[in-house]
Ligand binder design. Structure first.
Ligand SMILES: NC(=O)c1ccc[n+]([C@@H]2O[C@H](COP(=O)([O-])OP(=O)(O)OC[C@H]3O[C@@H](n4cnc5c(N)ncnc54)[C@H](OP(=O)(O)O)[C@@H]3O)[C@@H](O)[C@H]2O)c1
Length: 329
């Protein structure tokens, strides 16, 4: 089968299309023929290990010390069709159309991959294309997780910082579904799209600092981890929740725990634990036409390196899709 092989840590040139052996499912696994996957900002960060030093070493230990040797095919989110099942599999059958994530096994930038049947995959609604379903395992799951732990209530104000990306564009729609008033923060070129998918107000972060505009919010969902900690906490209403999807520093975590203990405001940064229940909820929202995928650009599998360059250019709105082979619903 064709796959993108990750040959080193560095520029997108380390990603090479190669012919590799097609995987065979173990007893508890399903073999997925991948129809669509996505290149995310997280994939780019992983490719060149653009992480704080305390994350970089465990990453190298997991993926390969000098170059990727344990994980050699990147890509985490996918949609496709079950082509074969292991002898112990009961949840899925051949022909099922699924979407979800390969979690820490990676391997989605390929024509086929195997995942455990009890992993984070769920049946894709027939009315939703593979391209629309593939990024939901990242942005949809992350947004649902954080907005659920914040217990967003109807009528509350939710500010989403970094709203124009994968997590943010799903976050806007899910917060609206929960009945919130949504304020979306991103760069100017993305704001029209964010209004179109439901944002009630938009803020261009290059022109206005939301922590210094005199407004207060019930929930601040900082997807990119760039909002100033102290001023963000001050911008919350009493009982407000500050969600940090990308806590980059240990100090931020310590201050977050302290703030949650010492005040009526909560700082929440726990990692998502993808569940099939959350995927099923997202599938229901998609089937009901309440959750749509914003697709910025689509590339074929052989152009994954170009897709990485595009994601790193900062021009991406929503999601970048990789279309693999023949795609039909
Ligand atoms: N917690 C977790 O488990 C988890 C899971 C997955 C991903 N992540 C991380 O979450 C982050 C976001 O993921 P994503 O896929 O949604 O990213 P994304 O698609 O790249 O979206 C990020 C958005 O933030 C905007 N942005 C950049 N700087 C900003 C600023 N100072 N103020 C406001 N907006 C700004 C970007 O727009 P411009 O480029 O136009 O500025 C972009 O539209 C990534 O770093 C990823 O690694 C965390």
């Amino acid at each position: 089968m064709k796959a993108i092989v990750w040959t080193g840590y560095g520029s997108p040139d380390v990603l090479q299309l190669q012919e590799v052996a097609k995987p065979t499912p173990k007893a508890n696994e399903v073999l997925i023929k991948i129809h669509a996957t996505t290149v995310t900002t997280g994939d780019c960060e992983m490719r060149n290990l653009r992480f704080p030093y305390w994350v970089r070493l465990p990453m190298r230990a997991y993926i390969g010390l000098r170059r990727p040797t344990r994980i050699t095919i990147p890509g985490t989110y996918l949609a496709g069709e079950i082509e074969a099942v292991g002898t112990d599999v009961t949840r899925f059958q051949v022909g099922d159309q699924i979407f979800g994530t390969t979690l820490f096994g990676f391997g989605a930038h390929a024509e086929y991959t195997c995942v455990p049947e009890k992993g984070a995959i769920a049946i894709k609604p027939a009315s939703v294309s593979y391209e629309e379903a593939a990024p939901v395992g990242l942005g949809g799951l992350e947004a649902l997780h954080f907005l659920k732990i914040a217990s967003v209530q109807p009528g509350e104000s939710v500010l989403i910082n970094g709203a124009g990306g994968s997590i943010g564009t799903y976050g806007i729609q899910i917060a609206k579904h929960f009945g919130a008033e949504v304020i979306a923060v991103d760069s100017a070129g993305k704001l029209e799209k964010l209004r179109e998918i439901g944002a009630d107000q938009v803020i261009d972060y290059t022109r206005q600092d939301f922590t210094q505009n005199g407004q207060r919010y019930d929930v601040i969902f900082d997807i990119i981890g760039k909002s100033p900690f102290g001023r963000s906490v001050q911008s919350l209403n009493p009982g407000g929740r500050y969600l940090i999807a990308n806590p980059t520093g240990l100090i931020q975590r310590v201050r977050g725990s302290w703030t949650s203990r010492q005040s009526d405001k909560k700082v929440l940064f726990e990692m998502t634990n993808p569940t099939t229940q959350d995927l099923a909820s997202l599938a229901e929202l998609m089937a009901a036409g309440k959750l749509h995928t914003v697709i910025g650009k689509t590339y074929p599998l052989e152009e994954v390196p170009q897709a990485h360059r595009y994601v790193e250019s900062g021009q991406k709105v929503g999601n970048v899709i990789i279309s693999v082979g023949q795609n039909q619903n």
